[in-house]
Write a protein that binds this ligand. Structure first.
Ligand code: GCU
Length: 330
């Protein structure tokens, strides 16, 4: 019996010590584990890897990045909670999820708020987001940079050319109230769920489609279950690099300066990598049978802008952020 208890105790210790983070974190605590919900070939993964290599070089090995791709550490909602709780140093999540912590985040991903990637890049490189990114500090985490995730469009099993074509169609949206409202305004039925569930949900007929950029559409092979990709380009939702505060503040002033400069530098690099990836992703999907359609975008845009007006009318802080973004449009 004693022996059995000893074996059990050892197994429990071993199990507890093998959490997702501990399994990968070096004992000196200088390995920064980053959760990422897409593949290793995704432009954001490449940008993060380059950031990591440079961080390691410039801090002379005091910090190393350990990126865990393909959502192995969990969905974005889950990894954000891990970063908040301090069991993970870093994650990359859609800014839509931050709306659940500070509603002002809604302003930076409202439909049609950015005119182009160029406009979005100008905003990311300005100081418009500074206050917002630091606003969750009291909650245990903060965003340190925004990456582009291109423009999102609707994809389904049948062609969507007009708002009427979307009527009654259940379209997966990210887990945010504003995105549900947006899809409903566009004519569909907004259905929130995490990205990892989308393929099977479409396959099983639980939803009729999703909405995303070309890169993720192809990366996750969603064209296999929803081959009609309709260029509504209704959203450009920033992705955010989020860090745990205790980890961030544990860096020396010198290392923090290096970290901050390099993560900012990686924003520009990520935009470049993004631009290189979109056409390739689209071509891959076409080769696999996907059809890319140009719908009547004005219909979707008008419905979304009317909703934006209502959302902004009731929130002056959100309106101020929205106006600053619009002021940087060409
Ligand atoms: C994009 C975005 C991800 C997000 C995903 C989603 O791919 O880059 O951060 O998780 O959309 O729809 O959930």
């Amino acid at each position: 019996m004693k022996k059995l208890l000893a074996i059990l105790a050892t197994s429990i210790v071993a199990l507890t010590a093998c959490g997702p983070r501990d399994a990968k974190t070096s004992s000196d605590g200088k390995t920064i584990t980053v959760a990422f919900n897409q593949s290793k070939s995704h432009p954001q993964h490449l940008a993060l890897r380059e950031f990591g290599d440079e961080l390691e070089r410039q801090t002379k090995g005091r910090y190393k990045l350990n990126i865990q791709p393909n959502a192995i550490l969990g969905s974005q909602t889950e990894t954000l909670e891990m970063v908040q709780g301090g069991t993970l140093e870093m994650t990359l999540v859609s800014s839509s999820l931050l709306e659940n912590y500070n509603s002002n985040y809604t302003a930076i991903s409202l439909p049609y708020v950015y005119d182009s990637l160029k406009h979005q890049k100008a905003v990311f490189e300005s100081d418009v987001f500074d206050e917002l990114l630091a606003s969750t500090t009291g909650k245990g985490f903060q965003a340190v940079a925004a990456y582009t995730a291109g423009a999102r469009s609707v994809y389904t099993k049948t062609p969507i050319n007009t708002k009427a074509d979307l009527a009654g169609k259940k379209i997966r949206v990210m887990e945010s109230e504003s995105k549900v409202a947006m899809m409903n305004a566009m004519g569909g039925v907004g259905t929130p769920m995490s990205q990892g569930e989308v393929y099977t949900a479409i396959q099983q007929g639980i939803i009729d489609g999703g909405e995303n950029n070309e890169v993720t559409y192809t990366d996750l092979k969603h064209y296999e279950v929803a081959p009609y990709f309709s260029y509504t380009e209704h959203l450009m939702v920033p992705d955010l690099v989020v860090v745990n505060n205790s980890f961030y503040n544990s860096m020396s002033a010198e290392d923090k300066t290096v970290f901050d400069a390099l993560i900012q530098k990686s924003v520009e690099r990520e935009f470049a990598l993004w631009n290189e990836s979109v056409e390739t992703a689209k071509q891959t999907a076409i080769n696999k049978g996907a059809k890319f359609i140009e719908p009547d975008k004005a219909e979707f845009k008008n419905a979304s802008l009317a909703l934006n007006e209502k959302t902004l009318a009731s929130d002056s802080a959100m309106k101020a952020t929205y106006d600053k973004i619009r002021a940087l449009a060409d």
